[in-house]
Design a protein around this ligand. Structure first.
Ligand SMILES: Cc1cc2nc3c(=O)[nH]c(=O)nc-3n(C[C@H](O)[C@H](O)[C@H](O)COP(=O)(O)OP(=O)(O)OC[C@H]3O[C@@H](n4cnc5c(N)ncnc54)[C@H](O)[C@@H]3O)c2cc1C
Length: 189
């Protein structure tokens, strides 16, 4: 089965959101870790400045990241939905705001609004083969779906990731790819 973006049927009910921060107000998050993925792509790991739990998110959703005084951009969440302490985003520096994101240092604070958007139909794929197809930085928004599937590996049949980049230097999450993931069949071009 090819995973395609569809409206979520697992989205939390509105009542579950009531105790969560207003999604229109940026919440302050602190940069905890910065990892260079490729020459122009980097991953930021963020934690709420007040030590609160992360906003729950579904695989495929995105946040608005706000660099104070510069601007705000939509960036997909690339981390594990089950990992509740850090919010992970992988970004390519292409313009004003994404270049400002790349300049951030550990302990810098930025604003986060979200999560927004639909999710991948991870639950609906249970009991079936799963094929995830991604190119270049497109692996970032599907990585949470991959984490979700692998965390319940026995509920799926074959799991296949087809991943291509222009050159080997453009591989994101290279360490994970090179180390392989035991429960997964990797094919990368
Ligand atoms: C739902 C969603 C999820 C997304 N998820 C991700 C993600 O996970 N990771 C990610 O990296 N991106 C993601 N994006 C894309 C990201 O939001 C954009 O790359 C970002 O908004 C660009 O903002 P910027 O201010 O850095 O660029 P801008 O300054 O707005 O520039 C935008 C474009 O114009 C070009 N440009 C800028 N200045 C000039 C100039 N002087 N001359 C010629 N061209 C110029 C830039 O090269 C760029 O291509 C996502 C977008 C959406 C809508």
């Amino acid at each position: 089965m090819v995973i395609t973006e569809q409206p979520s049927v697992t989205r939390p009910e509105r009542a579950e959101y009531l105790d969560l921060p207003d999604p229109m107000l940026p919440q302050p998050y602190r940069v905890q870790q910065i990892r260079k993925e490729t020459p122009d792509t980097f991953t930021l790991e963020l934690e709420p400045t007040n030590g609160a739990a992360l906003m729950p998110f579904l695989p495929g959703q995105f946040n608005m990241l706000y660099v104070f005084g510069v601007g705000e951009v939509p960036i997909s969440i690339s981390g594990d939905p089950a990992r509740s302490r850090r919010l992970v985003h992988t970004t390519r520096a292409v313009g004003l705001v994404t270049s400002a994101l790349r300049q951030l240092k550990r302990d810098d604070v930025l604003g986060v609004r979200g999560p927004f958007g639909n999710s991948w139909p991870v639950q609906e794929a249970q009991g079936k083969d799963v094929i995830i197809v991604a190119g270049g930085l497109g692996l970032a928004p599907v990585r949470p779906a991959l984490y979700s599937v692998l965390s319940q590996r026995d509920r799926y049949n074959r799991v296949l990731l087809l991943y291509g980049t222009r050159t080997p230097n453009d591989l994101v999450f290279r360490r994970e790819i090179e180390n392989g993931v035991p429960a997964l069949i990797w094919k990368y071009t």
